[in-house]
Design a protein around this ligand. Structure first.
Ligand code: AP5
Length: 227
């Protein structure tokens, strides 16, 4: 394939408040389209667990439900996007979350001759977030997400994906922190909907329905955006 016909790796952004289903849907899209899910929340939690300098700086901020500094998050994202597996194309889950991060992403993509295929806004009512987040848990082995009511393993106590039998809940999934996270979302992240509309890449989808129905809507949005 010559340079003129080279297709650059896809870049998809999932926008949406905490608990909107970004991680749930990103994992399904990853499987369906062979893309790599990049969750800055997961990357930050790994840094906290590893006790890196960035992780130590982020820990208290995350526990309070505030946003970690743009400088730290952009550096983590930049390092992760330089890994070879990202050449398959990426789904950004939880990044960007501020206009500074969005501008940094534009700069990074432009350096790599890449562009954003679509920024998809998952639209959910605030009251629903609290219900979703308070019932969330994940497999301790592979990170597959579950919910006490809406998404339980087929076999009780055993992960559908990897068979692991231990599960965990996030420290920031409590009522007080969720309120702070929603406030941060409305103040700092929601303006990105206008930002990406201005770039002509915004797609909006109603994320109040069943997980499978939303996945089906997203598959067609992503399929069109990648064609
Ligand atoms: P992060 O980990 O990104 O958390 P978040 O944005 O708050 O999003 P969540 O992971 O909580 O929700 P989700 O939308 O992925 O929902 P999920 O699919 O799990 O960030 C955590 C913290 O890190 C931030 O507060 C901040 O401090 C820091 N941070 C991260 N990125 C940053 C950045 N770029 N800049 C600065 N700071 C940053 O679904 C939730 C639950 O609902 C699950 O149990 C799921 O099974 C269930 N569910 C999903 N869809 C449905 C449905 N349709 N119906 C019913 N249940 C559903």
């Amino acid at each position: 394939m010559d340079a003129a016909t080279t297709i650059s790796p896809a870049v998809l952004i999932l926008l949406g408040p905490p608990g909107a289903g970004k991680g749930t849907q990103a994992r399904m899209l990853e499987d369906k389209f062979g893309l790599v899910q990049l969750s800055t929340g997961d990357l930050l939690r790994e840094a906290v667990a590893a006790g890196t300098e960035a992780g130590n700086a982020a820990k208290a901020v995350m526990e309070a439900g505030d946003l970690v500094s743009d400088e730290i998050v952009i550096a983590i994202l930049r390092d992760r996007m330089a890994q070879p597996d990202c050449a398959k194309g990426v789904i950004l889950d939880g990044f960007p979350r501020t206009t500074v991060q969005a501008e940094a992403l534009d700069g990074l993509l432009s350096e790599n001759n890449q562009k954003i295929n679509a920024a998809i806004s998952l639209e959910v009512e605030d009251a629903e977030m609290v219900i979703r987040i308070s019932g969330r848990y994940t497999c301790a082995g592979c990170g597959e997400g579950y919910h006490d009511t809406f998404k339980q393993p087929v076999e009780d106590g055993k992960c559908d994906k990897c068979g692991h039998t231990e599960f965990k809940r996030r420290a920031d999934d409590n009522a007080e922190t969720v309120a702070s996270r929603l406030t941060a979302y409305h103040a700092q992240t929601a303006p990105l909907i206008t930002y990406y509309d201005g770039q002509g890449v915004l797609k909006c989808t109603n994320a109040m329905g069943k997980i499978e129905d939303i996945a089906s809507d997203l598959e067609s949005i992503v399929g069109n955006a990648m064609s």
